[in-house]
Design a protein around this ligand. Structure first.
Ligand code: GLN
Length: 311
């Protein structure tokens, strides 16, 4: 596909999305996120050759929230490998991202690394043997390295806002601690979790950071192998089955790409062998996934024939 074809697709989809009025609701349970303009919209696609097609608010940093869980999972697997799966499962939950019910039934072992409980268990695994500050620094540096952009930072106001109001996450963490699934002090693990969710990135930075997942673990521009091909394939599989909570089936049905959403309204989607895509529209649907983000990806994947399930 020529650069011009990709540029045109991205621009036309962004133009269409910017006009839409059915934008969903901005997350308000984290007070600081409620201030974001629901009319923001950004879309960036980075293809195999490193061509960047960008439109709308492509360079405005937003709160990546649960998209950070893709990168903490990658780090945790790098640190402890398959032992991670003793603490967290790999099955879709069919439940909201902050559900407590399932955790009790399954004796403190979260269903997958992308629901909040699972991501908190993953954060706990990365934290072991380190100070919270070191761990946060490592997560941040990993994202800066992947996107080739050292300006990425944590939005401390968002982290503080969630820390003040994150009672449900505290409940999940304490519950897991009672089963011995968490090994660090709950406050330390939660502190790191809230702060990595509060990392702010633009669509451009996020799409660049996701490139290794689209290219069998390697950044095709630098040749650097971030993870083995098998690991990239497996992370994509978990994104496909669990990346949108109880909206994961619908996302697979409509978009057909591995993807991970965040309540900041971002989605990172991977077209294996083709492209890394980031979209941002802060209005959410009932499952907490970006309403127009999904709509934009649905049109893009159809138009370019990128669904992994066939054209
Ligand atoms: N930090 C948010 C929370 O824990 C992340 C949720 C999300 O993005 N779905 O509630």
């Amino acid at each position: 596909m020529s650069n011009a074809t990709l540029d045109r697709a991205v621009k036309e989809i962004a133009d269409e999305m910017m006009k839409r009025t059915d934008r969903g609701e901005v997350a308000s349970y984290i007070p600081e996120l409620a201030r974001i303009d629901v009319n923001s919209f950004g879309l960036v696609v980075v293809d195999t050759n490193g061509h960047v097609a960008a439109a709308g608010d492509a360079d405005t940093p937003f709160s990546i929230q649960s998209i950070s869980k893709v990168f903490t999972l990658t780090l945790a697997l790098g640190m402890i490998g398959d032992r991670l799966w003793e603490r967290v499962g790999r099955e879709p939950s069919g439940s909201p991202f902050n559900s407590i019910v399932q955790l009790e039934r399954e004796r403190g072992i979260p269903r997958n690394p992308f629901i909040n409980a699972g991501a908190i268990a993953v954060t706990d695994a990365i934290l072991s043997g380190h100070q919270p500050k070191e761990t946060l620094g490592e997560i941040l540096r990993f994202l800066q390295f992947l996107s080739g952009d050292s300006s990425i930072t944590i939005d401390d106001a968002v982290a503080a806002s969630e820390q003040r109001t994150g009672f449900r996450n505290a409940a999940l963490a304490n519950y897991m601690k009672s089963f011995g699934v968490l090994t660090n002090p709950v406050d330390f693990t939660l502190g790191v979790y809230f702060h990595h969710c509060a990392i702010a990135m633009s669509c451009r930075q996020l799409a660049l950071a996701g490139r290794f997942l689209a290219h069998s673990g390697r950044n095709p521009s630098t040749g650097f192998l971030v993870v083995q091909p098998e690991r990239a394939r497996r992370i994509n599989a978990i994104m496909m089955t669990c990346g949108h909570y109880d909206g994961s089936g619908e996302f697979a049905y409509r978009v057909g790409l591995p993807g991970k959403s965040g309540v900041g309204g971002g989605i990172l989607a991977i077209a294996p062998g083709k492209a890394s895509i980031a979209v941002w529209s802060p209005g959410l649907d009932a499952n907490g996934n970006s309403e127009l983000g999904r709509a934009a990806l649905e049109i893009l994947s159809k138009r370019l024939g990128w669904s992994i399930f066939g054209a």
